[in-house]
Design a protein around this ligand. Structure first.
Ligand code: GLC
Length: 604
């Protein structure tokens, strides 16, 4: 059995590093402007503009381009500007009421909204004095949707953000559209657009509508790759800092969070969700179906569970989610979208404590196989929330890697904090889940700790089946030369490591239920040598295995996808006679220098 002293030293060191880095609730503070943002986590994006009146179809032809973004219809279907404005007649202006959007956001548990004040079409949704291509000039009575939305946000206590397409503008004679890649545009002319339209319009938005919590710029390449100059961006952000110092700026300004401290958070790609933990604030813009602007032919609705999982996973990695609605010409959204938002709001009503003010915990990403954790630090306690994406049939949940014992465990949202019984055994918390979780969407278990709970580094989790999955990515240490090969052919060739020389990989597991365990290995080997071997060494004993040829297989009938077979071989049994930490050392020895592809080891 492993001496645990060094493990405790590691934990103390880790706590010391965290304290000195000034981490609050698992997330480093970049600046105090973002405090509300990393607390609120969930906002509403609203794509509304002239394009909403087209609903994804122009003169009987559906949107060109498979990406199906209906707000691009003017550009995609090559619509003349003078004809494009006639879409204004398709709207039922009496029915359009931004307060309804705010109420929908509030009901969904969202804390901020971001409206497309000006999208790529260049049409302003407010009464812009500096450019007449705006909603007030084309509606009677005159409308100013930014003002109406600002008032509704104030009334209902939500923060207001504004999307402003700074780079692309299909209205201004010198604005950018991608056809300019063919025709070119001089820097002098582009600057005329910038000084005539962008700067004055931004000044209006930041002066006339009260506090603006964020400006959502939209340039998805770095400024150095296109027409916008650094000076122009600096001018823009200085204007924001001058007029509204607390307003957040997203990275689609065209500068990254790493290169400019005035960029407050990183905006991921469209419908791109987090995969790694980040210390700085970040956000995923997301849609319920596919398009951002209203598209009556877009039916690819994600389920409520999927949407909630995306939000939860982002929060577990210190990220936010900005979920979009694209109201149509009568101001409403598809019932499928509204229903999903309402269901998310219902879920957040009971489980919001695991989202608002919460962030990442210190264990690796995808650590436990039943779901993900978030962590929230209150003054006198820390909460770790377990989001169960799958419920164990046995009702027994294994939570590995936390060194401290919780004071109490209960279901999130349970005002009475009815205790859930648990056992803490050094590295494993075992919970007996109540029956009632089985009819809930993503049940959340709250574990309350008096002190910030320390985690254990480099420990393989005990999974839902009660086994341990030992893979190249969860080793405690390794030596020798190998190459990691990511999955191929749709995952039919799994992730593996390729090696031709001896390699040693070591994992650590915690055995809470002593007794004999079976060990299995999965690998692929295409040669004929009898000399290649695998050795397993632990204090519980050793095992030896001669590597055999695993042959090939065909991935699909009649396809030419002939792939190396990865199959599992039983290595034998070892008796782990005591509870405790065990190091599992595996030596793969390709004696003849032939390639062996190792995938996993399984202990149960
Ligand atoms: C892309 C699209 C734009 C959409 C945005 C949302 O940048 O060009 O239409 O508003 O993504 O993230």
């Amino acid at each position: 059995m492993k001496n645990t002293d060094s493990r405790y030293k590691k934990i103390l060191l880790c706590l010391f590093i965290m304290a000195s880095a000034g981490i609050v609730s698992g997330q480093k503070k970049i600046n105090s402007r973002t405090d509300w943002f990393i607390h609120d986590r969930f906002g509403m994006f609203i794509h509304f503009g002239l394009y909403s009146g087209a609903e994804g179809v122009w003169k009987g032809e559906k949107l060109r381009n498979d990406n199906n973004y209906a707000e691009w219809i003017q550009y995609r279907n090559r619509i003349d500007r003078d004809e494009y404005i006639t879409l204004i007649d398709n709207f039922d202006w009496n029915k359009i009421d931004p307060e309804k959007w705010v109420i929908m956001a509030k009901k969904a548990g969202m804390k901020y909204v971001t409206l497309t004040a000006k999208h790529h079409d260049g049409f302003a949704l407010w009464n812009s004095k500096s450019n007449s291509y705006n909603i007030a000039k084309y509606t009677n009575p005159e409308r100013d949707l930014v003002k109406e939305l600002a008032d509704a946000c104030k009334k209902h206590g939500l923060k207001l953000g504004l999307y402003y397409s700074h780079w692309v503008d299909w209205e201004h004679r010198y604005g950018w559209d991608h056809s300019r890649e063919l025709t070119g545009i001089s820097p002098e002319n582009y600057d005329i657009y910038w000084q005539e339209k962008v700067i004055p319009q931004m000044r209006e938005l930041l002066t006339n509508y009260g506090p603006i919590s964020m400006i959502w710029f939209d340039m998805w390449i770095h400024h150095s790759e296109t027409v916008v100059t650094k000076d122009q961006l600096v001018q823009l952000k200085s204007l924001i800092r001058e007029l509204q110092p607390d307003c957040l700026i997203n990275s689609r300004l065209g500068l990254s969070v790493e290169e400019d401290p005035d960029v407050d958070f990183q905006e991921l790609g469209d419908n791109e969700f987090g995969v790694t933990k980040k210390d700085f604030p970040w956000q995923s813009p997301a849609t319920v179906a596919h398009s951002w602007g209203y598209n009556k032919l877009d039916f690819q609705y994600k389920s409520t569970t999927q949407l909630l999982q995306s939000l939860i996973k982002n929060v577990s990695l210190n990220g936010n989610m900005l979920l979009n609605i694209g109201p149509g010409p009568a101001g409403s959204v598809q019932p499928e979208i509204e229903n999903r938002l309402a269901e998310m709001g219902e879920w957040l009503k009971s489980n919001g404590e695991s989202i608002y003010g919460a962030g990442a915990y210190d264990l690796p990403v995808n650590y436990n196989d039943w779901g993900v954790m978030t962590c929230r630090k209150n003054q006198d306690k820390t909460l770790i929330y377990l989001h169960l994406f799958s419920n164990p049939v046995s009702g027994i949940l294994n939570v590995s890697g936390i060194d401290s014992a919780p004071a109490i465990v209960y279901l999130a949202g349970d005002k009475d904090k009815t205790p859930i019984s648990f056992k803490h055994d050094k590295a494993l918390i075992t919970l007996q889940l109540p029956e009632s979780i089985n009819n809930k969407i993503i049940p959340v278990v709250a574990m309350e700790f008096r002190e910030y709970p320390s985690h254990i580094d480099d420990l393989v989790a005990k999974n839902m089946e009660g086994g341990y999955s030992l893979k190249p990515e969860n080793t405690a240490s390794e030596s020798g030369t190998y190459t990691f090969i990511a999955k191929q052919k749709g995952g039919t060739v799994p992730d593996y490591i390729s090696l031709k020389d001896p390699v040693k990989l070591t994992w650590t597991i915690y055995i809470d239920a002593p007794g004999p365990k079976k060990l299995d290995i999965s690998y692929s080997y295409q040669g004929g040598s009898e000399k290649n071997s695998v050795e397993i060494k632990t204090v519980a004993g050793s095992l030896h295995h001669r590597i055999k040829n695993t042959g090939k297989t065909v991935e699909e009938p009649r396809s030419n996808w002939i792939i190396d077979n990865f199959s599992s071989s039983h290595l034998g049994e070892l008796n782990f006679s005591q509870t405790g930490f065990y190091d599992i050392e595996m030596f793969v020895n390709p004696a003849d220098g032939e390639e062996v592809k190792f995938q996993w080891l399984w202990i149960k």
